[in-house]
Write a protein that binds this ligand. Sequence first.
Ligand SMILES: *[C@@H]1O[C@H](CO)[C@@H](O)[C@H](O)[C@H]1NC(C)=O
Ligand SMILES: *[C@@H]1O[C@H](CO)[C@@H](O)[C@H](O)[C@H]1NC(C)=O
Length: 208
Amino acid sequence: MDLLLFYLLFLLGVKGQVSSVCPHSCSCHQGHVNCSHKSLTSSMLPSHFPPGTTQLNLHNNLLTILPNGLLDDLPYLRSVTLHGNLWACDCGVLYLRAWLIHQPSSRLSSLNISCTSPPSLRGRLVLHLTEEEVLESCHYWYCDLALASQVCLFVFVLVQVLLLVAVIVFLRRFERLSREARRTTVATSAFGDSVMANEYEALKESRA
Ligand SMILES: *[C@@H]1O[C@H](CO)[C@@H](O)[C@H](O)[C@H]1NC(C)=O
Ligand SMILES: *[C@@H]1O[C@H](CO)[C@@H](O)[C@H](O)[C@H]1NC(C)=O
C-alpha cells in the first residue's frame, strides 16, 4: 500500500516536473532540450529552460534576439546550437555577444552565429563584432526623451522668470502710482480743507 502511494507520488512528481519544465514546442529527453526547426521567434522563447539542461538546440528558427539572461543559470549546459536564425545585430545582440565571449574556445567552434540585419553587418559573426559597431545601430530613444524634457524644462523656467520679472515690474509701477495717488489725495483734501476754512471765515465775518 505504502509502495503504491509512493509510486503514484513518484509518477505525479515526474510527470508534473517534466510537463511544467519542458518548454512548450520543444522536446526534452534526459537534459537534451530540442527546440530546433520550430519557426520560433524571440517572443515565443520560454523565460527559462529546465535547470538540468545539458544540451540545447535552438538552431534553424526565426530568432532575432536572445532574451537577456536566457542562458544563465544553466550550470550543466554543455552544448548549444544557435545558427540558422535571423540574428539582428543591434543593441539587442549585446547579451548574445557577451555570452559568446564568455564561452570556452572549445565550444565556440560549433557556434556559427552570424548577423542577418542591419544590412551593414549582414553575414558578420556575432562573436567578432566590436562594441562600437553594435552601439552605432542603437537608437537611444530615452536620450532623445531626456533631451526633449530638458529643453521643455528650460523653456518653462524661462517663462517663469519672464512672468516673475513682469510681476515685479507691475508691482513697482503699481506702488509708484498708488504713492502718487496718495500724494494727490492729500494735496486735494488739504486744498479742500483750506477752501472750507476760508468759506467758514467768510461766513463768520458776514454774520458778524
Ligand atoms: C530536434 O527536433 C527536430 C524537429 O522536431 C527534429 O527534426 C530533429 O531530428 C531533432 N533533433 C534531435 C537531435 O533530436
Ligand atoms: C556557418 O553558417 C554558414 C551560413 O549560415 C554556413 O555557410 C557555414 O557552412 C557554417 N559553418 C560552419 C562551420 O558550420
